[in-house]
Design a protein around this ligand. Structure first.
Ligand code: XIL
Length: 367
């Protein structure tokens, strides 16, 4: 080979070696690790209560939902006072907005709720009629709403908070102003079973839940809740699960949580943690500061709940964990109880709190 030609080949060879070395270098450069998300790590659905207004008007609200969650519950848009503000006049626009958003982005949609002693319009509170007229009002409301959302809502809280806190009997007359139930008063004790039947007839595909709070207290309320749902199940009433609201606070006795998961799981029904939030100011201290000690205590409790749920409730019965909203700025607690509080996994600026990382760890995820 002549000298210039040889040189040319050597240079070519060198260039090829350099190119290969360079491409190897590029390949070994690791891509940034994906950031863990709740829905990406949980072995069950991760949900939040949401408002149509939050989704519509707040970029951070909508963005966080899309990244972190795969199940939605309407905060108030599907309750009686919104959906049937006048007798026989139904208003589904606010609920439809959430349901359409859920469908578009492949969230599971959980309906909340058909029958509750609160969130009732005046016309229902003032309604006077015989038992047949009451039954008609009750049946029409359930059937019409269930039919409207048929095929779009995976599951419903059919009856919400029917049981009294003190003795576990059904709410009936007011003990404290406004805490009785017009439904029990006018429809008799078996209204709960009939609510499930009406809902099932209108949407046979939906899973139906009884939803309440205070399971973690144990005692009469838990006993009668278990007796209620077991009785329904044994009678062949179409009940699929129990919702544990879990509006709890930082001083809770965690043994009660474990006991409630075990006893509810033993019914064989699905168990949905349906409205979780953890108050850090149950004593309503106006000067409270959300210190790092409180933040970590809250985080540990979120972790404990998720971990215990995952390990205590059989997989087939894990309907998921839903928090009641997800950002402290949108929590109902400061408004409803008129106090400072920080009950949710994201802070008022949609930043992840220690509570978020506790929850993530508890569902089995890595930070
Ligand atoms: C709350 C809503 O978040 C508030 O906006 C409303 O003012 C009151 O109701 N248990 C339930 C939920 O089942 O429907 C409640 O939601 C919180 C307590």
């Amino acid at each position: 080979m002549q000298l210039p030609l040889r040189r040319f080949f050597i240079i070519c060879l060198l260039l090829i070696v350099l190119a290969i070395a360079n491409s190897c270098k590029k390949k070994s450069n690791p891509a940034p690790a994906p950031v863990a998300t709740l829905k990406g790590n949980a072995p069950f659905y991760m949900g939040s209560a949401v408002t149509s207004n939050g989704i519509q008007s707040n970029y951070f609200y909508q963005g966080t939902l899309l990244t972190e969650y795969n199940s939605l519950t309407a905060d108030y848009e599907m309750k009686f006072d919104i959906t049937e503000p006048q007798p026989g006049t139904f208003n589904y626009a606010p609920g439809d907005y959430i349901v359409n958003f859920a469908a578009q982005h492949h969230f599971r949609m959980h309906g909340h709720n058909f029958i509750w002693h609160q969130a009732l319009p005046d016309w229902v509170l003032n309604f006077s009629g015989d038992s047949l007229a009451w039954e008609n009002l009750f049946k029409t409301h359930i059937e019409t709403e269930a039919a409207h959302y048929k095929g779009k809502v995976a599951s419903w809280d059919v009856v919400n908070e029917a049981i009294r806190d003190d003795d576990g009997s059904l709410r009936n007359k007011d003990v404290n102003p406004g805490d009785g139930s017009i439904w029990r008063r006018h429809l008799g004790p078996d209204y709960i079973a009939r609510a499930f039947q009406y809902a099932h007839e209108a949407d046979p595909g939906a899973l139906l839940f009884y939803n309440d709070y205070g399971q973690e207290w144990g005692g009469a309320k838990l006993d009668s809740m278990i007796a209620l749902v077991t009785g329904l199940k044994n009678r062949g009433i179409p009940i699929s699960g129990i919702g544990m609201q879990m509006h709890i606070d930082i001083n809770i006795d965690t043994a009660g949580i474990t006991r409630a998961f075990k006893r509810l799981a033993a019914t064989g029904l699905k168990v949905h943690i349906s409205e979780l939030d953890i108050s850090v100011n149950p004593g309503n201290d106006p000067n409270i500061v959300f210190t790092s000690v409180l933040q970590l205590k809250q985080a540990a409790l979120y972790q404990f709940i998720a971990e215990t749920y995952r390990k205590t409730v059989p997989v087939a019965q894990q309907y998921g964990i839903t928090t009641w909203e997800f950002c402290d700025a949108d929590s109902w607690i400061p408004v409803f109880f008129k106090r400072k509080d920080w009950p949710l996994p994201f802070d008022a600026h949609y930043q992840k709190k220690p509570a978020y990382f506790g929850l993530l760890k508890g569902i089995g995820g890595k930070e």
